[in-house]
Design a protein around this ligand. Structure first.
Ligand SMILES: Nc1ncnc2c1ncn2[C@@H]1O[C@H](COP(=O)(O)OP(=O)(O)OP(=O)(O)O)[C@@H](O)[C@H]1O
Ligand SMILES: [Mg+2]
Length: 255
């Protein structure tokens, strides 16, 4: 049986978290910054890769990973690509809540071989934007994310989509993001201004480097600089590779 089989009901697209922080409700400046992130990412992705799988992580909780994953996947789909957003935070999932959809069936159902219909995950906002929630919380998220079953699921999904964005837990708290790193094309790391600590960020990059995953760049979330009257969304800055990642063996050919 394929990944998708039975139908499920999707609820409407409104919810208490859908304020000014997500997709179509973003202010102009923030939307433009996500579009910039989309453009920079396209320059950074390996040429010719059919469906890049991009993990979104950070050092600690609450830095804006899920918000970034939602908005990045949205702007990619808005441009016409077929995009799947996966909630890979199988400990404290938040995508279903943010998108006001049911949390199950989801990723864990696919991992357990339960079928689902791909059309059931289509968002009501954009035709080409699909959202796969976490499914029921499993006892062993880290093992599941790095499993051969996960590899097989991603392989099949890659046949259907142009981009897959995976919202992941923070690197310094649990090993899940590192577990999946061998199965994805690379990571985007979210930093929250006035929140992320330098020491935590250093630990995060050390861990990512050890796992040998490619880091595409960082998103500076809720940055203060760069404007006077745009509230908390003054800027979403995006940086190119960190120098020491460029010199790591795996990334050398991409320089
Ligand atoms: N730029 C921003 N301005 C204002 N609020 C924001 C911004 N980015 C995120 N938030 C809010 O901060 C909270 C945490 O954001 P989010 O859920 O995206 O973080 P996270 O890194 O995924 O957290 P967790 O580690 O718990 O999964 C949410 O309530 C979100 O709406
Ligand atoms: Mg999150």
């Amino acid at each position: 049986m394929g990944l998708f089989g039975k139908k499920r009901k999707i609820t409407s697209f409104k919810g208490n978290e859908i304020g000014k922080t997500l997709h179509k409700n973003l202010e102009f400046t923030a939307t433009e910054q996500y579009k910039l992130l989309r453009a920079n990412l396209d320059f950074t992705l390996p040429e010719g890769e059919k469906c890049p799988v991009i993990g979104v992580t950070s050092s600690m909780r609450g830095e804006g990973k899920s918000t970034t994953a939602v908005n990045l996947s949205y702007v990619l789909a808005e441009k016409g690509s077929r995009v799947l957003l996966i909630d890979g935070d199988l400990r404290i999932p938040s995508i279903a809540k943010k998108m006001d959809i049911e949390s199950s069936p989801g990723l864990t159902d696919l991992l357990m071989g339960k079928g689902a219909q791909i059309s059931d995950f289509q968002s009501t906002l954009l035709k080409k934007w699909y959202i796969l929630p976490s499914g029921n919380i499993p006892p062993n998220p880290s093992e599941l994310l790095g499993s051969s079953r996960m590899e097989a699921v991603l392989k099949e999904l890659k046949e259907t989509f142009d981009y897959i964005i995976i919202d992941l837990p923070p690197v310094n708290i649990v090993s899940d993001a590192l577990s999946i790193s061998g199965l994805i094309t690379g990571m985007v790391v979210v930093i929250r201004e006035d929140y992320t600590e330098k020491k935590e960020l250093e630990t995060c990059f050390r861990q990512l480097k050890l796992s040998n995953v490619k880091v595409f760049g960082c998103v500076m979330n809720a940055a203060k600089s760069g404007g006077g009257s745009y509230g908390k969304y003054k800027k979403y800055r995006y940086y190119k590779y960190y120098r020491y990642y460029q010199s790591s063996p795996r990334n050398k050919t991409d320089d």
